[in-house]
Design a protein around this ligand. Sequence first.
Ligand code: 6R9
Length: 662
Amino acid sequence: MKKNTRTAFIRHMLENERSIEPSPEFSYKALIKSRQDYDEMYHRSIEEPEAFWAQMAETHIDWFKPWDAVEEFDFESDNPYVRYFRGGELNVSYNCLDRHLDGPRRNKAALIWQGEPNEEVDVYTYQRLHREVCKAANMLKRLGVKRGDRVVLYLPMVPQLAISMLACARIGAIHCVVFSGLSAEALKDRIVDSGAKVVITSNYGYRSGKILHLKDICDKALDMSPGVEACVVVRRIEKRTDMKVDRDVWWDDQMAAESPHCEPENMESNDPLFILYTSGSTAKPKGILHGTGGYLLYATLTMKYVFDLKETDIYWCTADAGWITGHSYLVYGPLSNGATSLMFEGVPNYPKPDRYWDVVEKFGVNILYTAPTAVRSMMKDGEQWVNNHDISTLRLLGSVGEPITSKAWLWYYSAVGQGRCPIADTWWQTETGGVMITTIPGAVDMKPGSAALPFFGISPRVIGSDGDDTAPNEGGSLVISRPWPGMMLGVYNNPEAFKNVYFPMPGFYLTGDGAYRDEDGYFWITGRIDDVMNVSGHRIGTAEVESALVSVLQVAEAAVVGYPHPVKGEGIYAYVTVKEGTVINDDLRAELCNHVRANIGPIATPDVIHFASALPKTRSGKIMRRILRKIAAQDTENLCDISTLSEPSVVNDLIQETKRMS
Ligand code: 6R9
């Protein structure tokens, strides 16, 4: 689309709020070709869930032993639980690798790896990946890892990360991937909470041309984690690395000695596959626990239908494998389907803002799955960076991580997709394992900014504070009223949290997101309604940042809220009061920021630190975040009711202070 035509198109769409039909050419070739096909399959999945999931599990997954029961759950009692395919036995790595080795897929690219340095590329066929995974599985066994043991993976986006995940799955160990941007303190917390025996890291990593000292960070964490017996180190960069005798071993040295054969363990369907920590409303991240059979089926099925997967597609999910999107749609979903998954170590804007388009052109990518924050930053850099590349191989675009505004959606659709590629906006969470609400491409009309309709088997509802469904277009809390196979099994080490956080109301899984449903039944997600921020698609709990801030000696109190940010979606706004006699200056501001980085990681660094004289509180002493959020957003016209405040003048002071700051 030419720039002028595009600008006119975007303006027209924004003014008229029209929906967009998928192109007939796309629908004709799509797996689900029409709204009617979608409706029929959806109704069957809701009316006869057991029969539906049983049929899907038989046709999409290879089982070593059939299950005794398809679906068992309780959403009502004080002990909610969910189990799928009880008694069934399978192995995830077998499904992702071995079963593709008998036919032509044996020599197909399973994983294409593009390093941050452009010249570093590697391709793993299914056969090669299978051999590497078997060797890594044998290495873990040799290091003493047994079925049920936890292994922490603190790795950048290198093939060894996917190999390690699959190797754990092969021997029944539970992997716990920690995003390589998190700090030593955060890594230590996850190692200790999961009780990991072995940690796999890399000596260094690349990020935007800079070198990350991952082994040093890992060493700091390990000094505080006495339970770890061994640390395997991937040699990412040939550079001096301190290795601790009796604890650290090199990945390549170990692998060279291992056999490329390793029998997969027979796992029960509800045996844990992995733990992934995520932020909630408390200061301590929760270890979300996912199982084997249900999770794999859900990742496989959503991968196939949401991305309309074809045998010859080159599929690229830009998410880091340290997050759930990387688990389900970079590793497990694509490999279980026998697809070609591209793994990229770099970032969108290094060395130049066209890196994504360079990669799309170089590999002929057909499906691109990325986040609104990346779309916004590319929109800001300008379309010339897209136009300099031939990206005509793209046929489908995906979005995940946060609400995409209709403006960003339309830019993605017209500047990147050239008005040809449907966009699958996908709403889901770490806890849900896979996509829950989406625009099934080719089948349903798209409304820019709406994640559209539920995936098969999913029954979302929007309810008000009375627990009843809200009227069309009226906002409420997004809940799910039936289980689905990708659903988390629990919170590791913290069974009460499963009940308290996700099932405070009997009968519903509470998502923590706000939403409304329009007159066509389309869902519009409005963002978190709990104390969780979404910064560039990363979930960060306000309580985590507050707890890091108050651990600084001079800080008396801290309250953190999100505020609208043009690129990050939400920025972090920290209100801080200091102890008597503290000098407020830029050094203190820098110290607070550094402290948050060291405690959590750079992604949690506050954008604004507001040294406040006092914080608004209710008479019972609760901080009024609702007001703080409005002040941070500079939306102070309508502050609602402040009569419950113990000292209403505090609010005025804060508003004046904000004015002075900007
Ligand atoms: C997959 C993932 C989950 C939270 C979720 C919501 C937000 C994700 C979204 C979206 C609107 C979308 N979110 N996808 N909001 N539209 N398409 O991101 O998992 O890191 O656990 O975050 O992200 O607020 O509750 P996770």
